[in-house]
Design a protein around this ligand. Structure first.
Ligand code: DGY
Length: 384
């Protein structure tokens, strides 16, 4: 039987409690665990409601605060790892599910599909779902790009949503992940990268299941909203750079279904507000750091201080930029942080105008092909 976990931080308690009820009503679920980042209003309301929900369903509902397990900023990583620790030390459940607390489209189907895939013997089941063509810009430009450039022979570049927070682990998979010091250390937004990485690094079998309802989470304003996540995700990848990953993971991806028009038309971020970010927070030191980058990137970025420029940051320029960042980026250095943010903004704006503007189907095809081309580049080299 299974444990369902909702890590949360300042969520709407109504959405969380509704999701807890949905999980409790599922026949495969024995217990629900809510892991709060702090004692906020959502924590108080969820704790207050838990005993009644437990009584109603005749199952356990635990609401706990996340522990300090890792070494980086205390964030989502500590929350997820607290849940793994709880599973392994306090329970006998055979499987653990994670769902982000803010999914408004949550239903029993999320649990059923994951359980059925695990019944086929997979050790990890990951949910994936359609996202807007201008959403998921860390996923595509940082995580999948990095996985392709660094581990082109493995399953890593082909994981659909490597930053996804909806997944199932068997107890054995949870043990493997939790016993990995790299995973326990990652207390921040880098946790999703670390979970994905170590699933493949430990050779666990993975089934990615497709949820056509999607997550319907709110989209972003200017891309500043994603700055911390971007930095922590890139830093996590850079920290893994020299690690060995085996090639032979068993990995299956459920074929996706048609995407609703509403999703195809959704704009992922505020273009105009993001454009301004290219001109912000420059320092003399950042200009010096630009000397490490190819000429085209250096000159383009310097010009962007005056007037928004980004068309230079195409797929190849981004690969070259990425490799320099892997070598030199320092997440403890504010100038590197600012520079990575602006370089990524330039890449996202270039992709948006050159590819996403041509429509959803074109854009998604482009992104998948981009990853395949980066894999090819890493294996075979750059075409003359
Ligand atoms: C991503 O890139 O996947 C992040 O969730 C931001 O959209």
């Amino acid at each position: 039987m299974s444990l369902v976990v909702f890590p949360f931080k300042e969520e709407d308690p109504e959405v969380l409690l509704k999701n807890v009820e949905i999980a409790l009503a599922h026949p495969r679920v024995d217990e629900v665990l809510c892991v709060g980042a702090s004692e906020d209003r959502c924590f108080a309301e969820t704790s207050a409601a838990a005993p009644e929900l437990a009584r109603k369903h005749g199952k356990s509902v635990a609401v706990i605060l996340q522990e300090r397990i890792g070494e980086l900023r205390p964030g989502k990583g500590d929350g997820m790892n607290t849940a793994l620790k709880y599973l392994l030390e306090k329970t006998e459940h055979r499987r653990i599910h994670f769902y982000d607390a803010d999914i408004v489209s949550f239903s029993q189907e999320w649990i059923t599909k994951a359980e059925e895939a695990a019944d086929e013997g997979y050790q990890v089941v990951r949910h994936y779902f359609p996202r807007s063509s201008t959403d998921a810009m860390i996923t595509w430009m940082i995580t999948r790009t990095g996985f392709a450039l660094l581990w082109p022979r493995t399953a890593l570049p082909w994981i659909e949503q490597p930053l996804g927070g909806e997944l199932l682990l068997t107890r054995e998979a949870a043990e493997r992940l939790f016993s990995d010091p790299r995973v326990r250390r990652q207390s921040d937004w880098g946790i999703d990268t670390l979970y994905t990485f170590s699933m493949v690094a430990h050779g666990l079998s993975i089934f990615e299941i497709y949820m056509d309802v999607g997550k319907l989470h709110k989209l972003y304003g200017a891309l500043t909203d994603l700055k911390t996540m971007l930095i922590e995700c890139f830093a996590a990848l850079k920290g893994l750079k020299g690690e060995d990953v085996p090639e032979g993971t068993r990995h299956r991806i459920e074929y996706p279904g048609p995407v609703r028009q509403e999703m195809k038309e959704k704009v992922g971020y505020d273009f105009e507000r993001t454009l301004h970010l290219l001109r912000e927070n420059w320092s003399d030191r950042q200009e010096t750091l630009l000397e490490l980058f190819p000429r085209k990137v250096r000159e383009g970025m310097l010009a962007a201080r005056e007037y928004p420029r980004f068309s230079f940051m195409d797929e190849e320029a981004w690969a070259e930029t990425y490799l320099v960042l892997l070598e030199h980026f320092d997440s403890g250095d504010p100038d590197w942080v600012e520079l990575l943010f602006k370089l990524w903004i330039a890449r996202v704006l270039q992709y948006t105008t050159a590819e996403a503007l041509r429509g959803y189907d074109h854009a998604l095809h482009y992104l998948h092909r981009m990853v395949a081309r980066y894999v090819h580049r890493a294996l075979v080299g750059v075409n003359p």
